[in-house]
Design a protein. Structure first.
Length: 139
């Protein structure tokens, strides 16, 4: 039993109308936030290298694409390219205005944003400092 012509046309019109509504809704979204300027000190190259190594060891690339970290091609979480330039993280719900903000987030994401899919991976404070040093290079 096939569709009758009037039904098929009505279905096409309904789909087209739905797509038009979606396009208008997407077009009226707020503009992308302006990247924040770099205001911190230049990270210590040794800390940066150690941070990249930790990101590989802790499996960050299983969920995130992390530029400069071999094998870090995950697609579950956001791509971390440019993360240091973002004024917010965690779907725009967590401020990212300083290295301390980023460190607080990576130390215990569920404490900062309850319900987040990002787990607490058990970083020490020292390890988090090193990971943030690396992330701060991703502008």
């Amino acid at each position: 039993m096939g569709c009758t012509l009037p039904f098929a046309i009505s279905l096409r019109v309904a789909i087209a109308a739905s797509l038009a509504v979606i396009a208008v809704a997407c077009g009226s979204a707020s503009p992308a936030p302006t990247p924040k300027p770099f205001t911190g000190p230049t990270p210590d190259p040794a800390l940066v290298a150690q941070g990249a190594t930790l990101m590989q060891q802790k499996g960050c690339g299983g969920c995130h694409t992390v530029p400069g970290v071999p094998g870090a091609t995950g697609a579950i979480g956001p791509n971390l390219g440019g993360v240091a330039s973002r004024s917010t993280i965690a779907a725009g719900l967590v401020p990212n205005n300083s290295q301390d903000d980023l460190k607080r987030w990576i130390l215990d994401p569920p404490a900062v944003k309850p319900g987040t899919a990002m787990p607490n991976v058990g970083l020490t404070d020292d390890e988090a400092t090193r990971v943030v040093a690396y992330l701060e290079t991703l502008r």
